[in-house]
Design a protein. Structure first.
Length: 317
């Protein structure tokens, strides 16, 4: 097995970073910096930028590359940063897109499983295309994201094993919503550099006990400190604390599910020091008083509980 290095990514909370916008829906680059700092200060193990939560399909290619470069520069080595390569072209086009993203300095380039091959294309075509991307980008680490758009493609267990044994992949975002499937994949990854990050908050504790590395999902965007704590202490904290934090994070994610990602931005605008606006290109519906009230109420309730959390920089919240 060959690999660019022996390094792996850290376990824990991996927020799928939101994209802040001005009122005119241009990117608010100053708030990108603030959000990057906030996520790190509140316990994020790493940052996944240019993902669906960051509205990657509604950014131009220039914006996607600039976003990745900006987050890398702002992070300044404090945590690793990964970002998606967004291309559904032929193998050469996808390889070129991956190379452009790698040039931003990210720690890994994430391939979208449903962009690598079309819905009617076989696993063999998918594998051949991924191999071409790898061969065209020596020395680059990669990840896989089972993004639900344009359609959800869940690679077979055999393909997951092949990806792991290639030695070139370090990040896998599972959206199967099946602990059985996720556990089998974790078993296939044993002894390799590849780590499994669950996208489903409700099964986070189960996936961690199965050997998963952490969470990369909505809940980590609004409460990275609590997700981080759960990832670190699921096995050694009192069971009642683990259950309480797990349940509240599950509810928190459900609370922001409607009109996401604007809802998450609204939530953060109330619960944190961030000045992020509840504005989205992907889902432009606004958040009015009716939609905002339960977000505010739950944010206040969550804060009032004084739950255990990961160590944070002073005044980070």
């Amino acid at each position: 097995m060959t690999s660019p290095s022996d390094t792996t990514l850290p376990n824990g909370a991996w927020p799928v970073m939101l994209t802040p916008f001005h009122d005119d829906r241009s990117i608010d680059w100053e708030e990108v910096d603030e959000l990057t700092d906030w996520l790190i200060d509140n316990g994020a193990a790493g940052i996944f930028t240019v993902a669906l939560s960051g509205e990657m399909y509604d950014l131009t290619e220039e914006e996607r590359l600039r976003m990745a470069r900006r987050v890398v520069e702002r992070s300044a080595g404090r945590v690793p940063v990964i970002a998606s390569s967004v291309s559904a072209g032929d193998a050469d086009e996808q390889a070129h897109s991956a190379a452009a993203m790698a040039a931003t300095g990210v720690d890994a380039v994430v391939l979208i499983s449903s962009l690598v091959a079309a819905l009617d294309e076989t696993d063999a075509v998918w594998q051949e295309r991924v191999q071409h991307i790898l061969d065209a980008n020596p020395g680059v680490d990669f990840g896989i994201y089972e993004c639900p758009l344009p359609y959800k493609r869940l690679p077979s267990l055999e393909l997951v094993r092949w990806v792991a044994e290639s030695g070139r992949f370090v990040f896998y975002k599972d959206t199967s919503h099946s602990v059985v499937t996720l556990s089998a994949r974790i078993e296939a990854m044993k002894g390799t550099r590849l780590k499994m990050y669950n996208a489903q908050i409700s099964s986070l504790t189960e996936s961690l006990r199965a050997g998963g590395a952490g969470l990369s999902g909505y809940a980590a965007n609004i409460h990275p400190e609590s997700v981080s704590w759960l990832c670190e202490h699921f096995a050694d904290a009192p069971e009642d604390q683990v259950v309480t934090v797990q349940r509240l994070l599950t509810v928190a994610e459900h609370v922001i599910n409607s009109r996401y990602p604007s809802s998450a931005k609204f939530y953060l605008g109330h619960s944190s020091k961030l000045r992020i606006r509840p504005i989205s290109r992907w889902k432009p519906e606004g958040i009015g008083a009716h939609e905002g009230a339960p977000l505010v109420d739950f944010a206040d309730y969550f804060e009032s509980l004084d739950l255990p959390s990961a160590p944070r920089v002073a005044h980070a919240r």
